[in-house]
Design a binder for this molecule. Structure first.
Ligand SMILES: [Zn+2]
Length: 491
């Protein structure tokens, strides 16, 4: 990842005026690639998948080249209300897709263990065709065939993620978890099956009743129908869209991420922490106890499941969903606000995964969803032409006086406000830290640094700090977050 990024940086340096003559031809190619026909690696997926695609090297070049709009992949998710027949067909599709996934996974694991064979979607889809011929599995024919193929393709991706150490070994899918199936939308007939904000028709299922909460501005190639654990249905898809960079604000903002306030900015704004999980924790615990009790009773009696058990589980899932939705809503609004306000947003390079290992703060920290906050800011910043910089993990952001630069030797967490012994200025702990984050992230230049680089209309070279691998906001993922400490040692 970092190697790729370094290469990318070299490219951008080469291309930044006035030295861009060397590769001007190449830059125009990039522009063509990005502007006309961006490939999948040029966009970032959003919402729940929470996986940042590695951004195309070109898109960086292209922005510094001065263009202000770009192609992105934006995800949409809408609630749908399928009728009884549609629910039945969806259940068939989901069941078959799950069956194919599980069986293919078992086959894959076993044939590797026993014979050292490796399989992929191509070899497995032949197998699925064979299964359809077998009498016990003829019911597989009732499902949409694209759904089954897609399950195998998804499994290939799951394995690729596992081999790249981004994910754990793929697991079997359970009947009672959330279910999802993906439909390929035939692009030759797309005009008949998709009208943004009006119509969505899926193969074998027909026209769905969709709650169009907003109107997508692109055409999807695929649609995922998901059923969550409370039994609600959603459709989600990604569209290729062009976004315009937001007008420059000439502001640099530092964000101190914490537990008391999820985000405190250098200009003194405190977001507060709504603690969605904590607010529902008692209820969650109670509902969870009910589910467990019924589970136990079920096991004792040797029954498979009961209606009461099912109802209890749905009740629990609804509370979980409410927590997740409230948290998502809060974070989306907060991050959009941050990106709207400043051209350059500075964060501290936190080791979230390491902090989550601390059991005392894990729940509170997980509830605050710190890494999601950063991920969301990253992709929004990328879309709207903002830049993200990082202060070092070991920079004394809390101990330093942001006015005179005096550095305390100790600063226990209990101290929320203090007065500088050197210059006598009173500081709020978090706001002071946010100011210091700006200081360190922008390379320790007194008075901050003029944000000419992100829009770079005149082709100003960003300062050294901005070109360190830390500013690779678009290419940073959870994984690189964890390894960035090692990078520092090497540096
Ligand atoms: Zn001071």
């Amino acid at each position: 990842m970092n190697l790729v990024w370094c290469a990318a940086l070299k490219e951008t340096r080469k291309l930044t005026p006035p030295a861009c003559n060397i590769d001007r031809k190449r830059a125009s190619q990039c522009r063509t690639i990005c502007g006309m026909k961006p490939d999948a690696s040029n966009g970032i997926r959003t919402v729940d998948s929470v996986r940042l695609a590695v951004t195309c090297i070109f898109s960086k070049v292209w922005r510094i080249g001065g263009m202000e709009s770009q192609s992105i992949l934006r995800s949409y998710k809408f609630r749908i209300y399928p009728n009884a027949a549609q629910r039945h067909q969806l259940a068939v599709d989901m069941g078959c897709a799950r069956f194919v996934w599980n069986r293919a996974l078992a086959f894959r694991s076993e044939s590797y263990k026993l014979r050292g064979e490796r399989h992929n979607q191509v070899s497995l889809s032949k197998l699925v065709t064979q299964w359809k011929q077998v009498e016990e599995m003829v019911w597989l024919r009732e499902a949409n065939s694209t759904v089954l193929t897609q399950a195998l393709i998804d499994q290939d991706k799951a394995f690729a993620n596992f081999f790249a150490k981004r994910a754990k070994y793929p697991r079997f899918k359970k009947r009672h978890d959330g279910q999802s199936v993906r439909y390929q939308l035939d692009q030759r007939q797309i005009a008949r099956n998709f009208i943004a904000g009006k119509l969505l028709r899926l193969p074998k299922i027909g026209t769905l009743k969709v709650r169009w909460s907003r109107v997508p501005s692109g055409i999807p190639k695929m649609a995922t129908v998901a059923k969550d654990a409370c039994g609600r249905f959603f459709v989600s898809f990604t569209c290729e869209e062009t976004v315009e960079a937001w007008p420059a604000t000439h502001q640099v903002i530092g964000v101190d991420v914490g537990i008391k306030d999820i985000a405190v900015t250098s200009d003194g704004d405190k977001s507060g922490n709504p603690k969605h999980l904590a607010a529902k924790l008692r209820r969650l615990k109670r509902y969870q106890r009910r589910v467990s009790r019924k589970e136990l009773a079920r096991k004792k009696a040797g029954r498979k499941t009961s209606n009461r058990h099912r109802r209890a589980r749905i009740q629990l899932a609804k509370v979980h969903a409410r927590v997740a939705h409230a948290r998502n809503d809060f974070l989306q609004k907060l991050t959009t606000d941050l990106v709207r306000r400043a051209d350059v947003i500075c964060f501290e390079d936190l080791h979230v995964r390491g902090m989550l290992r601390n059991r005392k703060i894990a729940r509170v920290l997980g509830d605050a969803a710190v890494s999601r906050l950063i991920t969301l800011t990253q992709y929004k910043a990328h879309w709207y032409g903002r830049q993200i910089l990082y202060a070092g993990r070991w920079d004394p952001t809390s101990k330093r006086c942001s006015d005179c630069g005096y550095i305390h030797s100790e600063m226990p967490l209990s101290i929320r406000a203090w007065t500088c012994p050197e210059c006598g200025v009173s500081h709020d702990r978090d706001i002071n830290a946010a100011r210091n984050i700006v200081f360190y992230a922008t390379g320790g230049k007194p008075g901050g640094w003029a944000p000419a680089a992100p829009h770079a209309r005149g082709g100003v070279n960003p300062p050294e700090a901005a070109t360190s691998p830390k500013d690779s906001c678009e290419t940073r993922t959870e994984a690189s977050h964890a390894t960035s400490r090692m990078d520092r040692v090497e540096a």
